[in-house]
Design a protein around this ligand. Structure first.
Ligand code: EPU
Length: 338
């Protein structure tokens, strides 16, 4: 029997640690419980929010609706020559899945070590780090369609993946609940070590032919050194996306700011939002109970007791100052609720 709870604090269910509550809250641990839940028409008509690890959300207010926490567990794999297909329940913790794969020699997600959040949220966001995105290893996902009560399997093309984007954030927003994700991994690693400090850190450790475990450890080490640990300092990782601008706009920017940190992005150019924010003097700054992280200006933090409104207002100030200095409009990466 499903337990619907009322007036539940969401403080421990959002990594920003914002104190808000949900009018109704339900935890789903089996696929068939979704059909059971929506047999009651009151939930179909109500405002809903699907929560995984709550690692990419900012609550501005109490949530006056039903919060559905997907806690479906389980990891299965199928080996076919050197290919490995790993299917994990949406409620598995993403980094537990990474460790599971790294321990068994399944290559492909080692660069995505230590990303907070759940497996079910990984395609929504097309999570990425250190030159790898989920879409690079994604095979398919299974999702419950709320309106029909049917399950559908989405292949990679149907997910419409782009940089931190998918159909689940776009055209199909709030229509499906992801219950499992299948990845296509390999027993033969193709290391992607070019991004950021990975190569340098391997060198520092005298590692010339790294194993999957080495890469996973190094990525975790780099993340820990740059990013605040949500269990002690509330945050949701990068608060903004790295903006992508036209080559023409980039050339104009470059003439005023020759040191602007940038990466090629097809015909366009991606800028390091952290650099833009730092140049505006925001890095490590505290404003009331909130601020930006001392080692990574792209990360907004809750120093304790911050409200969602406070964090949101800081993010608006940052957007304004980056726009007036560089003419570049930052877009929030986190989902703002309320
Ligand atoms: N930089 C600064 N000042 C800062 C921060 C960054 O000058 O305060 C410059 C530096 O030159 C640095 C460059 O920006 O070399 C890039 O910084 P970093 O390597 O930390 O990566 P990022 O572009 O800021 C992205 C992802 C992260 C991911 C890292 C590593 C986005 C929005 N963020 O950050 O993802 O971990 O690359 O791959 O794409 C997340 O999405 O929540 C997240 C943490």
């Amino acid at each position: 029997m499903l337990q619907i709870q009322e007036n539940i604090s969401l403080k421990n269910f959002n990594t920003f640690g914002i104190e808000v509550s949900a009018r109704y809250y339900v935890e789903i641990s089996r696929e068939d419980e979704l059909a059971e839940l929506f047999l009651d028409p009151q939930w179909l008509g109500m405002k809903r929010l699907v929560l995984g690890g709550g690692s990419n959300m900012l609550f501005k207010n109490d949530f006056d609706g039903l919060v559905i926490r997907v806690n479906i567990r389980g990891i299965e794999q199928r080996l076919q020559n050197n290919d490995v297909f790993v299917e994990a329940g949406a409620g598995e913790v993403w980094n537990d899945l990474v460790n599971y794969c790294v321990d068994r020699g399944y290559a492909g997600i080692e660069n995505l070590s230590l990303i907070p959040g759940s497996v079910g949220a990984s395609p929504v966001q097309n999570i990425g780090a250190y030159g790898v995105e989920l879409k690079d290893v994604f095979k398919s996902c299974r999702a419950f369609e709320i309106a029909t009560g049917q399950f559908k399997t989405f292949d990679k093309a149907e997910c419409g993946f782009a940089y931190r984007e998918s159909v689940f954030k776009g055209a199909l927003k709030e229509q499906y609940i992801i219950v499992s994700v299948k990845l296509h991994l390999s027993l033969l690693p193709h290391f992607n070590l070019k991004y950021g400090a990975i190569e340098q850190e391997l060198l520092n450790r005298n590692i010339s032919s790294p194993t999957l475990k080495d890469v996973s450890k190094v990525v975790s080490y780099i993340r820990v050194s740059k990013l605040p640990d949500p269990s002690t300092i509330g945050n949701a990782g990068s608060f903004f996306k790295n903006p992508i601008i036209s080559r023409k706009q980039f050339e104009a920017l470059l003439s005023n700011f020759p040191e602007v940190v940038n990466y090629p992005a097809g015909d366009e150019v991606k800028l390091a939002a952290g650099w833009l924010i730092e140049q505006c003097g925001w890095k490590g700054k505290t404003v009331g109970n909130t601020g930006t992280w001392k080692n990574q200006a792209l990360v907004l933090v809750n120093h304790g007791g911050a409200t969602g409104e406070e964090v949101y207002s800081l993010s608006s100030q940052i957007i304004d100052s980056v726009y007036s200095k560089f003419g570049v409009l930052l877009e929030r990466e986190v989902n703002v609720i309320g």
